[in-house]
Design a protein. Structure first.
Length: 449
């Protein structure tokens, strides 16, 4: 008989048990994610499975959790504030584009065959409709100006010359309608320019402005609130006396914004269960993000608080390194909580595993197409879990960065992406899936390894 709370040893002949080296590797990895804590026992072959789920399943669960929410009402947003949102209504043409015949070049509007007599006054963009032309007449015209009625073509400035009598001659053949942008060349009023679900990029903003829009109907940004836990965290100065600088408080809000969220608050809770309870139950955000406190230590209050408020625990641990003690819970009908580990790189892993698919789905952003690149160097794997390793992209390959421990940010700060390394590792030249960072700029020849 075993003592309460302990696990009986598996029979030696059970081939599904972990060998000694694998068990030691699990212990080392768990200590990396939770310094000073003893890891939970490894899985056995007796039907008792660890609650952690595979990495891909965790991402799918987060996206599915967001889809299960009631449809979020579209909002009307001033045009200048819509960058990064998704259209919730089609972008239809409000008028013909262009809405009148315009000159595509600086030059002369001419009527009939040349040579032409040139009017004294020219035609500029933004002015009223000019007087019609008669055969044999020309007028100076600027790009974007309205074309006079009965114009045959626009003669470019570099293709015309004047004779001694001041008459205009073409220096090359001129086609009928040349360099005139006819009304409705791009679209007619009522045409659909872009469908529902289009991401508002700078080009979309330009098109909407050209089409006469002052506001757009869009899917609202998900609102996120960050709760920073831990009594050991400093907000300024050098680490001292067992206290460390808080890296996640400064890092998480802009990262969440890069993932499409509106960060409504950042609160420092410390290791206070009651304060955490009040912060979670009082939050009106779509997503609450906590830092640390997701394990089973004496001041790890996230699980007890979630149990106290009756939250539905959707993900309780993920088979990924770093970051396996991350969690996802539905705290109320319109709200989820992502619990990130306290170590910085482990928290990044949690962001990209759980927060990114949830926020993307809430914002109606399409999932990025997965892609792979060969590795420049081999990456050692975990025996059973996925690893996320910072890499830089160099041409057609991904080079691993060496500072990739759970508490390290030096590698991710120089990274373009995270390599998704399967259990067992990946060899040099092996095609490996990559997760782009929101601000990645591949090809910058700077690497700190």
């Amino acid at each position: 008989m075993t003592a309460p709370g302990t696990r009986a040893a598996a029979p030696a002949e059970d081939s599904d048990d972990l060998d000694v080296e694998e068990a030691l590797a699990l212990v080392r990895e768990a200590k990396d994610d939770h310094p000073g804590q003893v890891p939970a026992p490894a899985p056995t072959a007796h039907g008792e499975e660890h609650r952690a789920i595979p990495w891909r399943q965790a991402r799918e669960t987060a996206a599915r959790a967001a889809r299960a929410r009631a449809r979020r009402a579209p909002v009307t947003v001033p045009l200048g504030d819509t960058l990064g949102l998704v259209l919730a209504a089609p972008l239809d043409a409000l008028t013909d584009l262009p809405s009148f015949d315009t000159s595509a070049m600086d030059g002369w509007a001419v009527a009939g065959p040349g040579p032409w007599d040139v009017r004294d006054e020219g035609v500029l963009a933004g002015h009223a409709q000019p007087e019609p032309l008669t055969d044999g007449e020309a007028v100076r015209i600027a790009t974007g100006a309205r074309i006079p009625a009965d114009t045959t073509a626009v003669l470019r400035s570099e293709h015309g010359r004047s004779d001694a009598q001041g008459r205009l001659h073409a220096t090359r053949e001129l086609a009928h309608g040349q360099d005139i942008r006819p009304r409705a060349q791009e679209c007619r009023g009522g045409d659909q320019l872009l469908p529902v679900g289009t991401l508002v990029t700078p080009a979309v903003l330009g098109l909407a402005a050209a089409a006469g829009y002052d506001t757009l109907t869009a899917v609202p940004r998900p609102r996120a609130e960050v709760l920073v836990l831990g009594d050991e965290l400093l907000t300024e100065g050098l680490p001292h006396d067992g206290l460390i600088r808080d890296a996640l408080g400064p890092m998480l809000p802009p990262w969440l914004r890069a993932l499409g969220a509106e960060v409504v608050a950042v609160r420092r809770i410390g290791d206070d269960a009651e304060a955490l309870h009040q912060a979670v139950t009082g939050s009106a955000a779509d997503l609450v993000v906590t830092t640390g406190g997701t394990a089973g230590g004496p001041v790890d209050h996230v699980h007890p608080v979630l149990e106290r408020i009756g939250a539905e625990l959707l993900v309780d641990g993920v088979k990924v390194r770093p970051g396996h003690p991350m969690l996802l819970a539905r705290t109320k009908d319109a709200q989820h909580l992502v619990g990130l580990p306290g170590n910085p790189l482990a928290a990044v892993s949690g962001l990209l595993t759980l927060a990114e698919p949830l926020l993307r789905t809430l914002a109606a952003h399409p999932a990025p197409e997965p892609y792979t690149l060969p590795l420049k160097e081999a990456i050692q794997g975990h025996p059973h879990d996925t690893r996320l390793v910072p890499v830089v992209l160099r041409g057609d390959c991904a080079a691993p960065l060496h500072y990739n421990g759970p508490a390290m940010l030096r590698g991710i700060a120089a990274a373009d992406a995270l390599a998704v390394v399967p259990p067992g590792g990946a060899g040099q030249g092996q095609e490996t899936e990559l997760l782009d960072l929101p601000w990645a700029a591949a090809g910058i020849e700077v690497c700190f390894t």
